[in-house]
Design a protein around this ligand. Structure first.
Ligand code: ZN
Length: 145
C-alpha cells in the first residue's frame, strides 16, 4: 500500500506511539468498537463537560491503520464540541470512502489513501464509529459497519 512517504511515517509514528492511549481520569462515556474483518478492537473513553469533549482516550489493539487512526482521532476531537466532533467524523468518513472534499482535515489526511482499499476503510473508520457510539453512550459494542 502506497500512502506516500510522509503519510506512511505519520501513520507508523501514531501506531507505534499512539496519543491519548489510556483511560482518561473522570471518563463518563465509553464505547467498545470491534472490526471483525481485521480483528481491531478498541475502547474509546470520553470526559464530557456539558457539550464539550474535555478529554478523550483509547485502549485496545489492532493493525497500524486502525491504531494510528484512533490516535489521530483523539488529537482531532480533544476540546471540540459534540457537534464539531460529529462533523469531523462525517467528513473523515467521506474522505476514506473517496467522497467529499479533503478540506480542513489536517493530519487526518494521512489516512486518505485508504479509500483505495475497502478492507482498510473499516480499519480507519473504527475509531470514529466508536467515538460516535461513545457520544451516544450506547451500551453495546459497535462494529465498523
Ligand atoms: Zn485493521
Amino acid at each position: 500500500m502506497d500512502l506516500g512517504e510522509l503519510y506512511q511515517d505519520l501513520i507508523l509514528d501514531h501506531s507505534q506511539r499512539p496519543h491519548h492511549f489510556a483511560k482518561p481520569p473522570g471518563a463518563n462515556r465509553v464505547a467498545l468498537g470491534h472490526n471483525p474483518l481485521c480483528g481491531d478492537r478498541y475502547t474509546v473513553y470520553l470526559v464530557m463537560e456539558g457539550d464539550r469533549i474535555a478529554a478523550v482516550g483509547f485502549e485496545g489493539q489492532g493493525c497500524a491503520i486502525s491504531k494510528s487512526s484512533a490516535s489521530l482521532m483523539t488529537d482531532a476531537v480533544s476540546g471540540k464540541t459534540r457537534a464539531e466532533a460529529e462533523d469531523l467524523a462525517r467528513r473523515f468518513q467521506e474522505m476514506v470512502t473517496g467522497k467529499g472534499k479533503d478540506e480542513g482535515l489536517g493530519k487526518l489526511l494521512a489516512l486518505a489513501g485508504v479509500s483505495a482499499f475497502p478492507m482498510r476503510v473499516k480499519c480507519a473508520s473504527l475509531a470514529w464509529h466508536t467515538l460516535k457510539a461513545a457520544l451516544d453512550s450506547r451500551a453495546e459494542p459497535v462494529t465498523s459497519e
